[in-house]
Design a protein around this ligand. Structure first.
Ligand SMILES: Cc1ncc(COP(=O)(O)O)c(C=O)c1O
Length: 449
């Protein structure tokens, strides 16, 4: 309290929240502290963080080892310009990342968040071709249902949607190819017999672009904000194959999938492929501090080496390679490997497959999808038409409120409800959340919203 006013009242007077209609929003949760998988509100409620605080948290909140790493680093060096200077945490983190990344990704470029990681990748790709004497290669192919961020460049390569509609005049043109959204197959085929025919669209789009294609950008295996769409690994292998066949760059946006979320350290591993450029953020710092990396192959990097200073990559941010963020990222990666988080994510996957799979008996459930530590339930008005209402359907907020009452923070993407907890969640906590999901879904229907 300050001057007798609650935090929520003061927030209402001074703060503007992301992705929030401030006129009609419910009061925000005033979070006083976090511990493990729980958030504790000012008014004494204990809430399980079922979305890893926007998909960033992996080891739980306020982890002693990570807290210590930041405190130790703050005593040594809090920040320094990264053009013309370097420091131990940045070098050490780059070395550790290169050691675990898919083969060939060797040059680490630091930035601040997931959007900038992708923005950097797009700029890097365009200048790569320019520096190599192919200035016509400026066009990207992205996939339907893609989400790559909220800056102008990343909105351009994202699907045109409610997120981007107001900004359409600012966006650059992008070719869009089918995504393997099997529940709503763009070709109306069945996965058992389709032969991944949807890849043909990417092939056609690349052929049409010819020597104008700078790159293909994808969220490997899991398209997140576009609806938690999970891929057959054959599609990912096909993306790599087509990029090679058409002689263009493959950019993997692993901002969400990186660091174990899909059950492999990086989602590209599901198909055994290495992209030319990978983008990482979110779990990179275990959800502690905003930082991102865009990691390129030596071949991409080499195209920027020149006596001609115009071939320099002119991109950078004030907080590039912030030492505190690097220090916590190093500690997070060490913890991840020492405590075998991947084994935990795989067990979580089994629990989600079994627990969420049982929800198929509810008529509101159209599809259940699971990959690694992410479980999604796509809700529909009617199974035959598969009408789900979309992102702005009132069902989403109705569900969120019902889950909060039961002590779980879940934030459906419209009619797609998903559960993505920090990896350290215990087995009985997973079972409890699934029970809450069943209880809420048994009571809700579209006409309530
Ligand atoms: C795949 C993907 N790329 C990029 C972003 C943008 O990251 P940020 O919100 O840190 O800018 C997100 C965020 O959800 C994402 O899921």
């Amino acid at each position: 309290m300050s001057g007798g006013r609650s935090l929520v009242d003061r927030d209402g007077a001074a703060v503007w929240h992301p992705y929030t209609q401030m006129k009609t929003r419910p009061a925000p949760l005033a979070i006083a502290r976090g511990q493990g998988v729980y958030l504790y509100t000012e008014d004494g409620r204990k809430i399980l963080d079922g979305i890893s605080s926007w998909w960033v948290n992996i080891h739980g909140h306020s982890h002693p080892r990570l807290n210590q790493a930041i405190a130790d680093q703050a005593r040594e060096l809090e920040h320094v310009i990264f053009a013309g200077c370097t420091h131990r945490p940045a070098v050490e983190l780059a070395e550790k990342l290169v050691a675990v990344l898919p083969r060939g990704l060797t040059r680490v470029f630091y930035s601040d968040n997931g959007s900038t990681a992708v923005e950097v990748a797009a700029k890097m790709a365009v200048q790569y071709w320019l520096n190599r004497g192919e200035p016509r290669r400026q066009r990207f192919v992205a996939l339907h249902h893609a989400y790559h961020g909220d800056t102008v460049g990343t909105m351009s390569v994202s699907e045109l949607s409610v997120f981007t509609q107001a900004f359409t005049p600012l966006l650059f043109p992008v070719e869009r190819a089918h995504a393997p959204y099997c529940y709503r197959c763009p070709l109306g085929l069945d996965r058992a017999t389709c032969g991944i025919a949807c890849l043909g669209d990417l092939d056609a789009k690349l052929a049409a672009l010819g020597d104008e294609a700078a790159g293909v950008i994808v969220e490997p295996m899991l398209q997140g904000a576009g609806g938690m769409i999970m891929w057959p690994h054959e599609f990912l292998a096909g993306v790599r194959r087509l990029c090679d066949r058409h002689g263009t760059l493959m950019i993997a946006d692993e901002v969400l999938t990186g660091f174990g979320r899909t059950g492999r350290l990086f989602a590209c591993e599901h198909a055994g492929v290495s992209p030319d450029i990978i983008c990482l953020s979110k779990a990179l710092t275990a959800g502690y501090l905003p930082m991102a990396v865009t990691v390129a192959t030596e071949a991409v990097y080499d195209a920027f080496l020149s006596d001609d200073r115009m071939k320099t990559f002119f991109h950078g941010h004030s907080f590039t390679a912030n030492p505190l963020a690097c220090a916590v990222a190093i500690a997070s990666l060490d913890l991840f490997l020492e405590e075998d988080r991947l084994a935990r994510v795989r067990r979580l996957e089994t629990q989600l497959v079994e627990g969420l799979g049982r929800l198929r008996d509810l008529s509101i459930v159209g599809d259940v999808r699971v990959i690694g530590g992410v479980g999604a339930v796509e809700l529909v008005r009617d199974r035959a038409s598969k009408d789900g209402g979309g992102y702005l359907d009132a069902l989403g907020p109705t569900l969120s409120a019902a889950f909060l009452e039961r002590g779980v923070l879940l934030r459906p993407l419209g009619n797609v409800l998903y559960f993505m907890p920090p990896y350290v969640i215990a087995d009985d906590e997973v079972a409890w959340v699934i029970d809450q999901i069943r209880a809420v879904l048994e009571r809700v229907n579209y006409s309530d919203s």
